[in-house]
Ligand binder design. Sequence first.
Ligand code: NAP
Length: 303
Amino acid sequence: MATDEPLRVGWIGTGVMGAPMCGHLLAAGFPVKVFNRTKERALSLIEQGAQWSASPAEAAEGVDVAVTMVGYPSDVRAVVLGERGVLTTAARGTTIVDMTTSEPQLAKEIFDAAAAKGVSSLDAPVSGGDVGARNAALVIMVGGREEPFDKALPLFKQLGKVVTYEGGPGAGQHTKMVNQIAIASGMVGVCEALLYASRAGLDVAKVIETISTGAAGSWSLTNYGPRALKGDFEPGFKIDHFIKDLGIALEEARRMKLSLPGLALAEQLYIAASAQGRGQKGTHALLLALAQLSDVEWKTRAP
Ligand code: NAP
C-alpha cells in the first residue's frame, strides 16, 4: 500500500459508539467494509458508502486495519478469535484494533494469537461517551506495539481529540479501567446530589448550572444531569455495559490483591438498577434506582 493512500478498514460493530465512529472514517474518505450482528443498524453507513460484509472474517479480508467495537468480552472473543472471526482471514501485516471496553487479559490473548499469524493487534478502548463518538472527540487509550500504533494513528485521529500510547498489550484496557474506577463513584455522587436537590425543592436545572462551575463540576454532571432532568434515560452508556466494566476492574483488582470498596459499592448499586429492569438504560438512570430506594418520585422538567 502506498503511504499516501487512506487505510483500508474493516469495521465490526455499529451500535451507539461504532456507528458514528465508522461514519467519521467514511466522511474522511477511508474505504470501509462493515459488519454488524443486526444489519439494519449498519444501513446508514452502507448508504454513506460502506461495503457490507457477511461476517467479521469477510470484513477483515483485504484491509489494512480491522476494527472491532462490540459490547462484551464474549463478543470480542467471537468476532476476533471465533470461527468466522477477523483472525481467520486477516493477512500478514494487518492490524486488529479492538476499541470495545474489554478485559486486559483478553487483549493479551488476542495479541499472542495474532502475532502467531504475523498480524498485529492493539487494544484501544475509548472515553467520551456517545457525545464524544458523534463529535469525533474521544479519548483513545492504546496498548500494543508502537509500530502498528503509528500505522493506525491516521484512523485514530479521525475519531478522537486525544490519542495516547499507554504501553504493551492490555495497557489500553488497564487505562480504561482506571477511567471507569474514577467515574464509578462519581456517578453515584452525581445521582445522589440531583435527587437531594429535587427532594429539597430546589430548581434542579439552576443547581446543575451553579455547581458545575465549582469544585463539584464533572463530565458526568454536565452531560448526564440535563438529560436526567428532561427524563431522558436512554443510553448514552448502558448500565449493563457499566456493570461489565466494573466487574472487569474488580477482577483485575482482586488479581492484584487491591481492595477498592468504593468501586464494589458502585457495582452493587448498578446491579440493583439492572435488576429493576434498567440494564439497557443509560448510567444516569441510577438516579431512578436511588429514588426507588427512598420511595420518592424523580420529577422531570420539560426542556
Ligand atoms: P451497543 O450500542 O450495544 O453496540 C454494540 C454493537 O456491537 C451492536 O451494534 C451489536 O450488534 C454489535 N455486536 C455485539 N456482538 C456482536 C457480534 N458477536 N458480532 C457482530 N456485532 C456484534 O454498545 P455501545 O454503547 O456502542 O458500546 C460499545 C462498547 O464501547 C462497549 O464495550 C462499551 O462498554 C464501550 N463504550 C461505550 C460508551 C458509551 O457511552 N456508549 C463509551 C465508551 C466505551 P446489534 O446491533 O445486533 O446489537
